[in-house]
Structure formats: structure tokens, C-alpha cells
Design a protein around this ligand. Structure first.
Ligand SMILES: C=C(CC[C@@H](C)[C@H]1CC[C@H]2C3=CC[C@H]4[C@H](C)[C@@H](O)CC[C@]4(C)[C@H]3CC[C@]12C)C(C)C
Ligand SMILES: C[S@@+](CC[C@H](N)C(=O)[O-])C[C@H]1O[C@@H](n2cnc3c(N)ncnc32)[C@H](O)[C@@H]1O
Length: 375
């Protein structure tokens, strides 16, 4: 090889290394962009990682509010002060709403797995079941007690043509839900208000139907929320609820069971898990006729916790993304801790599902008698 050939060969090497280097840098930049802005967003128009915040809290308040939230569960006496619970739940949703939307979607609940169907379809089917059980028709007015950012209300309205009024304790969720309703062009059928479902600003006998999806578990006293739903429902009309409860397999004498349920309560802002028998008794006590009472998670249904297990790799990726965003000062301080709490919660929920001691989808179909029994 003469000198000219040697120079040409080495510049060829340099060029290829240069090209490789540029391609690698480009690849890394694309991966970072993908991880931060696209990945994890369960729905196309959902939250992006760079937008994760603390709901209605300012950036500076996130870490302190998380500490306060965690402290609540370290002093069990506090949670027993029932008046504190709605405030605690509001704080909880300021902390988790963005992460839920980013990592799960606009519907904050579980659904039975359906082989061959996407998570989005499984979620929609579980929501449409509510509309079908309520036998909703266009023009009817339905209450969504604890509506989140409105995933279920949009599915139910689109499926039935009914008008839905949602109530949530968290004002950040109200803004998110209204925004999503507008984007989905369903704002003429869906209304959202901020308020406490224990004292709702609606007249007696106002609604043609009511439902709650994985929300009344936050009520300090289930009796109060059921009685309030009973009050606003027209006589003869139906209330459908998906409840978080312990199943017949739960034993209070089994330390593992107790640990799992306590882990779920802690990571999900629950004042105390009820049993599958308690919810029926309470529904009857407030005056409802209970028409259907069954756990939708039981076979032949496929496991609802499958989606949590399949997400294990995604959680690690999410953790890296959140830690990086927090380090760069893009996400507020405290978000990493909130994400860690959710990660642990996912493990407890999975154990609850696998042991069969817990279900997030105990179905009750209740009717307010045509002639009220309560007067
Ligand atoms: C009904 C309630 C909420 C139920 C579920 C919507 C949420 C319960 C636990 C949540 C999650 C756990 C792990 C998170 C993960 C670490 C993160 O990277 C992405 C989001 C999660 C998957 C998150 C999503 C929502 C849940 C599944 C309760 C509060 C009554
Ligand atoms: C797990 S989310 C479920 C949201 C929605 N049903 C869904 O499936 O997407 C629970 C909801 O209940 C609401 N909630 C809890 N306690 C409440 C209260 N006291 N009054 C009104 N809403 C409440 C929360 O704000 C949240 O929107």
C-alpha cells in the first residue's frame, strides 16, 4: 500500500467511525426523546413524561404533600378521623393523576383481561357493561360518582347517547376531564363538577341512573355515599357500582393477607377496605334493592392483574425517565417518591389478585324502589 492508499484507507476508517458516532448520538437522542415524550403514554393524546406535575399543587408543594400523605398511613389514628379523608384523597390525586394518565390512560380502573383484545378495548368493554346494565338511553341524565379524568364517562356517553354528569373531589381532574371531553367532541353530553360525593349539589330524585367505578372505596363511610346516591336517584332507577373489596378467601388471621390489604390501602388512599358482604348490607340498609351481586373477576373472567404484571419492564423504564426528568429539574421534586409508592402498590395489587383475597370489580346492581322505603 503506498502513502496515498494509506491516507485514503485511514480517512475511510475515520469517516466510517465519524458516521457511526453521529448515528449513535442520533440514536441516543431519539431514544431519550422517545422515552421522555412518547413511551408510556397509554393513550395517544394522554400525558407526556415531560408534562408530569403535581396536579393543582405548585412544583414546590409536591415533595411536602407526598411526605404528608405518607405520614398519614404511619399514624393509623389519623385516618380514623373520618373528616380528614376527602382532603387526603384530594392530595393523593394531585400526586398521582398525571402518572396514572401517562402510564395507564384516561380510565383509572382495572378490567378483566380479554384474550386478543387491547387494553384500550378491555377497558371500554368494562365501561360499556355499566351503560348496558343501566339500560341507558339517549337523553337520560346519569351520575358518575368519582369520575376521575372522565375515561368511563366518554365511553358510556358514546355507547349510549345518555348525558353524564361526573363529580370528583379533585379540581385538577375536573380541568383534565373537561379538556378531554372537548377534544373528544363529547362536551355537549358530558359535564364535570368539583365536589364531594358525600354531599352532592343535586336535588333529590334528579338522575335517571347512577354509577361509580372503583371510586366509593375512598369514602370514609360507605353508608354516606350510598345514601347520597340513593337520594339523588329517581325512584325506580338503577345504580351500578364496581367495588374494591376483600373476597371470601381473605382471612384477618393470616398475616400475609393483612399485609397485602394494608399495602393496597396505603398506596391507593383507602380509609379501610370493606368486605364483599359489607357492601351488600350497606346498600340494603340505605334502602336499595340489590338485583345483582357478584365478583366480575371470578373465572371464566381472565385475570385483571395481568396488565400490572406485563408492565414490569415499563415501570423500570418509567422510573429511569422520571428520575432523569427530576434530576434535570423538569419534573418536580417528590415525583420519584410518588412513582416508587405506585410501583410498590402495583406489587401489592398483583398479590391481592393472585391470592384471590381482593377484587377491584365486585359488581352491585341496585334499584331505588319505585315507592321509597325510607320516609
Ligand atoms: C381505583 C384506583 C386506581 C386503580 C389503578 C388505575 C391504579 C392502581 C395502581 C396504579 C399504578 C401502579 C403502578 C404505576 C407504574 C409504577 C407507573 O410506571 C405507571 C403507572 C402505574 C401503572 C399506575 C397506573 C394506575 C394504577 C394501575 C384506586 C386509587 C382506588
Ligand atoms: C380511582 S379513581 C376512578 C375514576 C373513574 N371512576 C375511572 O374509573 O376512571 C377514583 C375517583 O374518585 C374520586 N373521589 C374520591 N373520593 C371522592 C369524594 N369524596 N368526592 C368526590 N369524588 C371522590 C377521585 O377524585 C377520583 O376521581
Amino acid at each position: 500500500m503506498d502513502a496515498m492508499e494509506a491516507v485514503a484507507a485511514s480517512s475511510g476508517w475515520i469517516m466510517s467511525w465519524g458516521l457511526l458516532g453521529t448515528a449513535a448520538a442520533g440514536g441516543i437522542a431519539a431514544a431519550v426523546y422517545w422515552a421522555m415524550c412518547i413511551a408510556g403514554s397509554a393513550e395517544r393524546r394522554g400525558k407526556r413524561a415531560v408534562e408530569l406535575g403535581g396536579g393543582s399543587l405548585s412544583r414546590e408543594e409536591v415533595a411536602g404533600n407526598y411526605k404528608e400523605y405518607a405520614a398519614f398511613f404511619e399514624k393509623p389514628k389519623q385516618i380514623e378521623k373520618l373528616d380528614n379523608v376527602p382532603k387526603l384523597v384530594d392530595t393523593f390525586y394531585n400526586l398521582v393523576t398525571d402518572i396514572y394518565e401517562w402510564g395507564w390512560g384516561q380510565s383509572f380502573h382495572f378490567s378483566p383481561a380479554v384474550p386478543g383484545k387491547s387494553h384500550r378495548d378491555q377497558t371500554r368493554l368494562h365501561e360499556e357493561r355499566v351503560a348496558d346494565l343501566l339500560k341507558l338511553k339517549p337523553g337520560q341524565k346519569v351520575l358518575d360518582a368519582g369520575c376521575g379524568v372522565g375515561g368511563p364517562m366518554r365511553a358510556i356517553t358514546a355507547h349510549s347517547g345518555a348525558n353524564v354528569v361526573g363529580i370528583t373531589i379533585n379540581d385538577y381532574q375536573v380541568a383534565r376531564a373537561r379538556n378531554h371531553n372537548k377534544k373528544a367532541r363529547l362536551d355537549h353530553l358530558c359535564e364535570v363538577i368539583c365536589g364531594n360525593f358525600l354531599q352532592m349539589p343535586f336535588a333529590d330524585n334528579f338522575f335517571d341512573g347512577a354509577y361509580s367505578i372503583e371510586a366509593t372505596c375512598h369514602a370514609p363511610q360507605l353508608r354516606e355515599v350510598y345514601a347520597e346516591i340513593y337520594r339523588v336517584l329517581k325512584p325506580g332507577q338503577l345504580y351500578v357500582t364496581y367495588e374494591w373489596v376483600t373476597t371470601p378467601k381473605y382471612s384477618a388471621d393470616n398475616p400475609e393477607h393483612v399485609e397485602i390489604i394494608h399495602g393496597i390501602e396505603h398506596g391507593d388512599a383507602l380509609p379501610g377496605m370493606r368486605s364483599f358482604t359489607q357492601i351488600v348490607e350497606i346498600a340494603k340498609e340505605v334502602g336499595f334493592d340489590v338485583l345483582e351481586n357478584r365478583d366480575l373477576a371470578l373465572p371464566p373472567a381472565h385475570p385483571w392483574w395481568k396488565r400490572l404484571k406485563m408492565g414490569r419492564l415499563a415501570y423500570y423504564r418509567n422510573h429511569v425517565v422520571i428520575a432523569l426528568l427530576s434530576f434535570l429539574g423538569i419534573a418536580p421534586q417528590g415525583v420519584v417518591e410518588v412513582h416508587e409508592m405506585l410501583f410498590k402498590t402495583a406489587l401489592y395489587l398483583t398479590r391481592g389478585g393472585e391470592t384471590g383475597i381482593f377484587t377491584p370489580m365486585h359488581l352491585l346492581v341496585c334499584r331505588k324502589p319505585a315507592v321509597s322505603q325510607r320516609e
